[in-house]
Design a protein around this ligand. Structure first.
Ligand SMILES: Cc1cc2nc3c(=O)[nH]c(=O)nc-3n(C[C@H](O)[C@H](O)[C@H](O)COP(=O)(O)OP(=O)(O)OC[C@H]3O[C@@H](n4cnc5c(N)ncnc54)[C@H](O)[C@@H]3O)c2cc1C
Length: 375
């Protein structure tokens, strides 16, 4: 440790979404002197566009608290969740929710960035990692502007991570297929008084069509304007289901008196966690979507924030032991409370998405969404 020139670092974090910013903040909290030797490189400039449901759960708030961050951005607290499943016919369950709110995702990520800047963490925006090469001694990171050297590179560059891709290439492996396909549709609401403070999660419209995922509808307020954030995700997408997903979304919207010509469908991917994935290599760690998040609901904000804690601890340990191989990173992740929750969600996802239809879905979905309430 101890580098301080503006092209030599101890840690370079690629990406300033929740995973990258959390890694940088946790590292700086664990080792304050780190901030002079750490840089976050971000391809875009905040507030950058992010396709998301904007749902912030109590679990996300838990990880924000662990970071010591109080989010001062506008949010809409929801009161109920309506869960739709097919079980001997179409059934809806409605229950109260506590601690679930919606935000404009761009504002959320910009506020996270600001927390890092307030701690004097250096973030270079509009500077993407284009490639990197590693040796026993260091990693050389190439951006469109310069070459940087670092002891450790953290890939926090999202579902399409180039860092992850390179790790798979170096290992001579094909990337695992743990990608979910998602579509999102934002609809402005003329009269905000008609908006119900309710989240809808529908496993019925998807399962009925053989799609292993769900459709959602969340109200959100952005600069005084009310919107309905609707979308659909498919955790095991196939080529032939591409147009099916759009058709199911159109029907889901039509059931709410929304037509496709009221907005634009935006497609995006997320990567879900699987323990057989690659999480690290010599001098390189993956966090957040680049590593894999919640395989059950695609809830990524809390898991990405949590990855920052795991990675920061591993990095500190690497500097102490002077062992940068990160061969035990996956083990540390799986032992960590975050890894245990990822494994728990994978267990439920396997039951839900790999079982035939919704045979056993009702009981465990209810226990998941409303542990103490039925009906
Ligand atoms: C449609 C949809 C809806 C979702 N809804 C929810 C929800 O309601 N609640 C929830 O909790 N989660 C939700 N998620 C999941 C959540 O958005 C992600 O899991 C989360 O954003 C992952 O955070 P991250 O920091 O790993 O990646 P990102 O937030 O994607 O951040 C990655 C950052 O890296 C930057 N970057 C990319 N390439 C490079 C490069 N080469 N060099 C430098 N920087 C780079 C990007 O510009 C970006 O800023 C949703 C996802 C999708 C697709």
């Amino acid at each position: 440790m101890g580098r301080s020139s503006d092209t030599e670092y101890d840690v370079i974090v690629a990406g300033s979404g929740p995973a990258g910013i959390s890694t940088a903040i946790h590292l700086t909290k664990l080792l304050p002197s780190m901030k002079n030797r750490l840089i976050v490189l971000e391809k875009e400039t905040h507030p950058r566009k992010k396709i998301c449901g904007g749902g912030v759960s109590a679990y996300a708030d838990y990880w924000l608290q662990r970071l010591g961050i109080k989010m001062m951005i506008p949010s809409l607290a929801l009161k109920t969740t309506r869960l739709a499943i097919d079980h001997d016919g179409y059934v809806e369950y409605c229950f109260d929710v506590d601690g679930f709110r919606t935000v404009k995702r761009e504002e959320f990520d910009e506020a996270l960035l600001k927390s890092a800047l307030d701690m004097d963490i250096v973030v270079a925006q509009d500077e993407a990692v284009v490639s990197f090469s590693d040796s026993d001694e260091e990693i050389v990171v190439q951006t469109p502007k310069r070459s940087l050297t670092t002891s450790i590179l953290v890939g926090a560059d999202g579902a399409q991570s180039i860092i992850r891709r390179q790790l798979y290439k170096n290992a001579g492996m094909r990337g695992a297929r743990n990608i979910a396909r998602t579509l999102r549709f934002m609809t402005p609401v003329d009269n905000p008084n008609t908006v119900e403070l309710e989240a809808i999660i529908d496993f019925s419209c998807t399962f009925r069509n053989g799609v292993r995922g769900y459709a959602w509808s969340f109200p959100v307020t952005i600069q005084g304007q009310a919107w309905i954030n609707t979308g659909i995700c498919d955790f095991h997408p196939s080529q032939k289901q591409r147009s099916l997903l759009k058709k199911i979304l159109a029907e889901f919207l039509a059931a709410r008196d929304i037509s496709l010509d009221q907005g634009r469908i935006e497609g995006c991917q997320l990567r879900w966690f699987h323990p057989e994935s690659i999480f690290s290599a010599n001098r390189v760690l993956l966090v957040g979507d680049a590593a894999g998040i919640d395989p059950l609901l695609g809830e990524g904000i809390p898991f990405s924030l949590g990855y920052g804690h795991v990675a920061a601890n591993s990095i500190i340990q690497a500097f102490k032991s002077k062992d940068f191989s990160f061969t035990t990173y996956k083990e540390q992740l799986l032992e960590h409370e975050l890894g245990q929750e990822l494994m728990n969600r994978l267990h439920w996802a396997d039951k839900l998405y790999r079982s035939s239809g919704t045979k056993n879905a009702k009981d465990f979905l209810l226990s998941l969404f409303a542990p103490n309430k039925n009906g």
